[in-house]
Design a protein around this ligand. Sequence first.
Ligand SMILES: Cc1cc2nc3c(=O)[nH]c(=O)nc-3n(C[C@H](O)[C@H](O)[C@H](O)COP(=O)(O)OP(=O)(O)OC[C@H]3O[C@@H](n4cnc5c(N)ncnc54)[C@H](O)[C@@H]3O)c2cc1C
Length: 329
Amino acid sequence: MQAPAALTGLQTAVLALGDRAYPDFCAFGRQLAAWLAQSGAQPLAPPLQADCAEATALAAWQALLERLGAAGGVQLSSAPMLLPWRLVQRHWINQGSPGAPLYRLRLTPPAPEAWQAGDLLEVQPRGGRGALRRYTIASIDAEGHAELLVRQLRGPGGEPGLGSFWLTEGLPLRAAIAGRVIANPGFHAPPDDRPLILLGNGSGMAGLRAHLSQRVARGQHRNWLLFGERSRAHDFHGGAEIEQWRRRGCLARLDLAFSREAPCQRYVQHALAECEGECRAWLRDGACLYVCGGQRGMAPAVHGQLEEWLGAPALAAMAAEGRYRRDVY
Ligand SMILES: Cc1cc2nc3c(=O)[nH]c(=O)nc-3n(C[C@H](O)[C@H](O)[C@H](O)COP(=O)(O)OP(=O)(O)OC[C@H]3O[C@@H](n4cnc5c(N)ncnc54)[C@H](O)[C@@H]3O)c2cc1C
């Protein structure tokens, strides 16, 4: 590289690997790109610089190689490929709620992507500087985008959670974020048309909504939704769509529990407890029971109620048969 070479007509691309802890970040890669340009080579893209194998740069490199015809994608790590998804919409959907802010995000994949209700989107916050975070996808792939419900989470000292605050405040609209769909077969739909009882709270509406959308699209209408949150006015996420499904006959039964509304604190497990007869009838009819949302509070309380009614062995048998599934976090 002391002098230019005769490279006119050659198309080139440079992926520079480096570490920002060093003052001259990706110096060799940049020198190489400059020398190629001086030598008459035609760059296909500006040089990409990856800080400690940063996922966004690697995803952009993968996309470039695929545009050039690399068959079946190029795997730069042992995990499924991270691709540059784009944040196209973000709304704070529970303004006025006593609960922590909850956002609905819409992300589009770089190319059509397939997933099933129950699957997750794994994203890398802060352009590769944070560990991967998983979120249940609230939409179905036929909608063409992944919708997420992301709750801002704070640590014990009030410090903002890295992933949730990055997604809801840090990441600019239209920006790319490295992401991939993670199959979650333990929360996939039943293989047949059997009735479905969907139970959950808070951001757990994501998984419930994905299943309802998929069932509505398939013409499967024996659905029962039990959902709990703080207040109807601020926290009935996607309420208009759900009410519409109910009116159209796509949702056989809807029970809501809002804990901050008079006359008493009522949670989703209380709504369930009031429906023992109907719940047993649905289960006798072969229904599956899906729970999505809070690991603390809701999921153990619902589990306890079911155990009380059915007995631990019967509930364990339902889980083993895939009739009792949970996506709790
Ligand atoms: C299957 C599943 C589905 C989920 N779906 C949703 C959803 O739909 N909506 C929603 O709001 N949240 C969902 N979550 C929770 C979400 O993944 C995050 O945990 C949450 O957003 C808080 O992350 P944070 O980075 O803001 O908080 P932080 O406090 O920064 O981190 C929270 C958690 O992330 C993990 N973590 C933190 N740092 C690291 C690290 N360096 N390496 C590895 N792990 C680390 C730890 O488990 C920690 O407890 C889901 C989680 C799982 C497992």
